[in-house]
Design a protein around this ligand. Structure first.
Ligand SMILES: [Zn+2]
Length: 188
C-alpha cells in the first residue's frame, strides 16, 4: 500500500490510515482511511498520534474589520493606493493592493490637509471588500501613518505638536497619524 502522503491535501484525499493515526481537525474517518475535509496542509502529530489538516485559506484574505499595515504606493487628494504587508499583525506573502479613501477633515474650508504621502507606512482598517476591492479607512485613532520619511532630506519624521517634524532639516509635514506614530517600535 502506498504510504506517500501529500503535504497538501484536497477534500477527500487520504491523509493517513486509522491504525496509524487518530483523526484530528478537518479530517474524517472512512472505512479504511482518514481523509481530508478541506484543502490544506497535512500535519501529523506523532506525539499525539493525530493527523489533521490546517486550512490554507483561513484568514489570508483581508476581511471587514481587519487591521492591516502597508505602504502607500500612490497618493491623490481623496484616495491612495496601498500595498498591504501585514494582516492583523501577521506578515502576508506577496502583499495585497488596497484602496484607502481619505475623508477631508476640513471639507468646505479651503486647504485640503495631506493625510498620507508616497512611501508612508500606514495602519488601516478594512471597511469593505466588495467586488474584490479592499477598501481601507484611517479614521480610527489607532490607524493612520505610523512611519514616514522627510520629503526634503529623507530622514525619519518625528512627532511634534500633532505634526511631523524632521529634526534634521526642520521640515514640518502634515499627516493623519496613528496614535503610536513616532514610537521606537511599531507593532504591525
Ligand atoms: Zn528633513
Amino acid at each position: 500500500m502506498a504510504r506517500d502522503v501529500k503535504k497538501i491535501a484536497l477534500p477527500g484525499d487520504t491523509v493517513a490510515v486509522p491504525e496509524e493515526f487518530l483523526a484530528g481537525k478537518n479530517v474524517y474517518e472512512s472505512v479504511d482511511a482518514i481523509k481530508a475535509l478541506l484543502t490544506g496542509k497535512v500535519v501529523r502529530d506523532i506525539s499525539k498520534r493525530e493527523v489533521r489538516v490546517e486550512s490554507l485559506a483561513s484568514r489570508k484574505i483581508p476581511a471587514v474589520g481587519d487591521l492591516v499595515m502597508g505602504q502607500i504606493e500612490a497618493a491623490q487628494s481623496s484616495s491612495a493606493n496601498m500595498k498591504i504587508y501585514y494582516l492583523n499583525g501577521k506578515k502576508v506573502e506577496g502583499g495585497f493592493s488596497a484602496m484607502l479613501f481619505l475623508r477631508d477633515s476640513r471639507a468646505g474650508r479651503g486647504a485640503r490637509r495631506t493625510q498620507v504621502k508616497l512611501g508612508d507606512l500606514v495602519r488601516a482598517k478594512v471597511v469593505s471588500t466588495l467586488n474584490g476591492i479592499i477598501q481601507l479607512s484611517i479614521d480610527d485613532a489607532h490607524t493612520g501613518v505610523v512611519f514616514s520619511l522627510c520629503s526634503n532630506c529623507g530622514r525619519p519624521l518625528m512627532r511634534e505638536n500633532g505634526r511631523a517634524k524632521c529634526l534634521e532639516c526642520g521640515n514640518v509635514e502634515e499627516r493623519k497619524f496613528s496614535d503610536d506614530f513616532g514610537r521606537e517600535t511599531i507593532e504591525p
